[in-house]
Design a protein around this ligand. Structure first.
Ligand SMILES: [Zn+2]
Length: 387
């Protein structure tokens, strides 16, 4: 168990971090500035990797000397509170019954607070390899922000030997997650007076058939795939938004919808848009083009986050298992930056405080017990690296 003092300090730091509204659409520079000052106060310099528009930045800091080292990675952004009903102000940390409520407490400012409060401990330990702190932005919008930082790691930023991504896993060791691909499909039909639908091409009706085909694909995946490491144990595909038409008495020319597939690691990347395009070409486009040669169905990729599958005998997984005492690993259905780290050649593992069930939800919280478990994990890491 960590001392009560460090737990209190971690709560105070978490309160500070929650106070910065770092919803992905907003700047994270105030939070990053605070972290940079905090680190400077402990004699740790950090490098910022700004976004193209300069409104956001990643932070990279190193404690200790030498090559390799352990990267502790977290995203600074959080999801919006729009439309959610909160018991207390989401940007003011509130403790009730051993739970710390606030936007981002679980996903994933709790982890960042634990890492920051452990900095004096890391400094005091005679580390035989460095500890790196990596903070990104825009994780919640397709893991976009970590990518420019990744491009500089190995160039002017040091290469960690392994990366621990502290997303909420209830401190379980996660060595795999699904891939996310998000698409927009646009249907172009032909306008007509609604009394003469046969001379038009109804884009909404076509979109409805495509949505139905996506649901059929979803059912097929549920039936054919079975990987018990994931919940659900198959790839999922679903439509999230649809928009089209101008008036009830006009056959609509345009309709677009947005959809997502969350694929098991190892499944082919473009199979869903390819299958939808084949269905469109066979079942829909010939009849549409008889009425209007300009009729079209187009699908474009919007975001893509790679799956994560740790390599066999991964040093990152072995380290997290040793530190948590876990004798098994699991997979999860949500995506993280771990796939991008692993893909770039840095063995990764996902392990952090809080339960994913509370992430993104109203009254998001992390329990004090989870923060304590994370503090113990980090103290053990420092011990291990100085042994
Ligand atoms: Zn997260």
């Amino acid at each position: 168990m960590p001392g009560t003092e460090i737990t209190t300090d971690a709560k105070q730091l978490l309160a500070k971090l929650v106070g910065f509204d770092t919803t992905s659409a907003k700047s994270n520079l105030d939070l990053i500035g605070f972290v940079q000052d905090y680190l400077k106060g402990h004699g740790v310099t950090s490098t910022l990797v700004p976004s193209e528009d300069g409104k956001k930045a990643c932070l990279f800091a190193t404690i200790g000397d030498g090559d390799g080292g352990i990267g502790l990675s977290g995203h600074s952004d959080c999801v919006p509170v729009t439309g959610q009903t909160w018991t207390s102000d989401p940007f003011t940390l509130s403790e009730r019954d051993g739970k710390l409520y606030g936007r981002g407490t679980c996903d994933m400012k709790g982890f960042i607070a634990c890492v920051l409060v452990s900095v004096p401990l890391f400094k005091a330990a005679k580390l035989n390899e460095p500890i790196h702190i990596l903070m990104s932005y825009d994780e919640e919008v397709g893991c976009a922000g970590v990518r420019p930082m990744l491009a500089r790691i190995g160039a002017d930023l040091p290469r960690p030997r392994v990366v621990i991504v502290g997303e909420p896993t209830s401190m379980q060791v996660i060595d795999g997650h699904k891939r996310i691909d998000a698409y927009r499909t646009t249907v172009t039909g032909k306008e007509a007076h609604s009394s003469l639908p046969a001379i038009g091409v109804n884009a909404i009706s076509i979109a409805a058939k495509l949505v139905d085909e996506i649901d059929r694909m979803a059912a097929e995946m549920a039936e054919k795939e079975d990987d018990p490491r994931f919940e659900p144990p198959y790839s999922t595909v679903s439509v999230g938004m649809i928009e089209g038409g101008t008036a009830p008495n006009i056959v609509p020319k345009n309709c677009e919808f947005r959809w997502q597939i969350r694929s098991l690691p190892g499944t082919p990347v473009d199979r869903a848009p390819d299958a939808l395009a084949a269905f469109a070409a066979q079942e829909l486009l010939p009849a549409m083009r008889k009425v209007s040669p300009e009729a079209a169905i187009e699908t474009e990729s919007q975001t893509s986050v790679p799956a994560f599958a740790a390599a066999p005998q991964s040093a990152a997984v072995a380290l997290a298992m040793a530190l948590t005492g876990a004798n098994r690993t699991s997979g999860v259905s949500y995506a993280t930056e771990a796939g991008l780290f692993e893909q770039a050649g840095y063995p990764a593992v996902v392990c952090g405080p809080g339960d994913i069930a509370q992430a993104h939800a109203a009254d998001e919280f992390v329990s004090v017990a989870q923060l304590e478990a994370c503090l113990t994990f980090l103290a053990d890491l420092a011990d291990r690296l100085s042994a």
